[in-house]
Design a protein around this ligand. Structure first.
Ligand SMILES: Cc1cc2nc3c(=O)[nH]c(=O)nc-3n(C[C@H](O)[C@H](O)[C@H](O)COP(=O)(O)OP(=O)(O)OC[C@H]3O[C@@H](n4cnc5c(N)ncnc54)[C@H](O)[C@@H]3O)c2cc1C
Length: 428
């Protein structure tokens, strides 16, 4: 009989950052009987490995209008959620729960300990104090609407459960997408985001390890119908054994994730190595070298100090300038060729490289199917969705966790408020 089944006010499927935040937020404002189901032996597995083991918790981007610019999927639709709980709220939340976050020069925020285990201890401690129960090794297999309202849940290899409200916070795991689909949601097909770019062969392989900052990147992608899409980024670029990595590459591939997938990860990448110097400025710099470095070999005297020596020598070789040639003897044609190579080096992208340190999935449940004030499904009342299961992903820098804190907190608050309202309306 249904009434004999274990009954919970709230079941959260997925013990990741979004699920923990939802459970804690609901329990802290008074909801009792909150259960988190986690299929693996330990919750918060991605938090542990995140940020190279340091966990980049969020980003010092305080205005929701600016924050949304870091989400290739989500974008402006996230203004509403972020106006209720954004990066400043996350910092204050962790502070109130005993975890101080420290800002780095580039705006990323990490725990003072520089260990992701501190973030895990904070979340687990908060959940425990709020009375949240955690069951590990427990996967939610199916969820359906219960005959008396609420949800009937089936655990893999376990007893059935009932709950009044259900949060799906299963990240990019396919089982969560299946659960959402089974309950009537659509899905934007998942594709990887935040990856590096591979060149095969890589003409710059000998330069692996060189970092240039800033570089202007322009990616040209020809779509299946022959249409051309262009994506641009500016920032630090790392040359690797296989191609390109570094923050600017990861941001570029995040925004171009869908177009790249559609083109089979074939594209043309044009790089401007000059840090924004114009054609006349470059002509002047080379003219200065010819005047001031007359007797020095071109390969030993770069036009500006921040230009990597190895990159400069590679460009000289590519332009057919002999290493021993002196500045005084550099022909006009060679000067113009070098300026062109500095401003517009073009490389054929042949595929994805290994992932960057922050790998996320684009795609998931479309935002239009969710009330973004409460994260409640517009299709299934009582069902809430949070975190990476939604069609939201951010660029590298703490933005993916920020979306988990925001969506989880909103879901938890709304669930507790709905339960309190139902209690107040119930006949005494
Ligand atoms: C190597 C790496 C480093 C990263 N570093 C950063 C970083 O520094 N900063 C940042 O902002 N982002 C980072 N990210 C991205 C970030 O980790 C994710 O965006 C975030 O973890 C998503 O949180 P989530 O709660 O939605 O899902 P997840 O963290 O994936 O958690 C979902 C949980 O649900 C469980 N689960 C799945 N299906 C079921 C089921 N049916 N029943 C029960 N449990 C289930 C899973 O085991 C998992 O524990 C990184 C990602 C990776 C891979």
């Amino acid at each position: 009989m249904a009434s004999e089944l274990e009954h919970w006010s709230l079941v959260v499927a997925g013990g990741g950052p979004a699920g923990f935040m939802a459970a804690i937020a609901a329990a802290e404002v008074g909801l009792r009987r909150v259960l988190v189901l986690e299929s693996t032996p330990e919750p918060l597995g991605k938090v542990l490995i995140s940020g190279g083991g340091r966990c980049n918790v969020t980003h010092a981007c305080w205005d929701p209008r600016d924050l949304v610019g870091s989400y290739p999927r989500g974008g402006k639709a996230l203004r509403g959620p972020f106006s209720r709980f954004a990066a400043g709220d996350a910092v204050a939340w962790f502070d109130a729960h005993g975890l101080e976050l420290v800002e780095e020069a580039d705006g990323r925020l990490f725990p003072r300990s520089n260990r992701s285990s501190s973030v895990i201890a904070c979340l687990r401690g908060a959940a425990q104090r709020a009375g949240v129960e955690l069951r590990t090794h427990t996967a939610l297999q199916t969820a359906s609407l219960g005959p008396e309202g609420g949800f009937a849940l089936q655990l893999r290899g376990g007893e059935p459960l009932r709950c009044d409200r259900l949060v799906l916070a299963t990240g990019s795991h396919p089982s969560g997408r299946r659960l959402a689909e089974g309950l009537g949601h659509g899905l934007v097909p998942p594709v990887p985001s935040l990856f590096t770019l591979a060149l095969r062969p890589n003409p710059l392989a000998a330069l692996a390890g060189v970092v240039m900052d800033p570089v202007e990147l322009e990616l040209e992608i020809t779509g299946p119908g022959g249409e051309l899409a262009r994506f641009r980024q500016r920032g630090p670029l790392l040359i690797t054994h296989w191609g390109f990595s570094g923050p600017a590459t990861l941001r570029l591939t995040a925004f171009a994730a869908r177009a790249l997938q559609a083109s089979g990860y074939r594209a043309v990448l044009q790089l401007d190595w000059t840090g924004g110097r114009s054609q006349p400025q470059l002509e002047q710099l080379l003219a200065d070298c010819r005047r001031d470095q007359v007797r020095r070999q071109v390969s030993n005297a770069r036009p500006w100090p921040e230009l990597s020596r190895r990159l400069w020598q590679h460009l000289l070789e590519q332009q057919g300038v002999e290493p021993e040639r002196r500045w005084a003897d550099l022909a006009k044609r060679q000067q113009l060729g070098l300026i062109e190579a500095l401003r517009r080096s073009r490389y054929a992208v042949a595929g994805r490289g290994p992932f960057g340190e922050e790998f996320v999935t684009a795609g998931g449940v479309p935002l239009g199917e969710v009330n973004l004030a409460t994260m409640e499904s517009r299709r299934v009342p009582g069902l809430h969705l949070a975190g990476e299961l939604l069609d939201v992903d951010g660029i590298t820098g703490g933005f993916n966790f920020q979306h988990c804190w925001s969506s989880g907190w909103l879901a938890g608050q709304a669930i507790a408020a709905a339960a309190a309202a139902a209690l107040a309306a119930a006949p005494t």
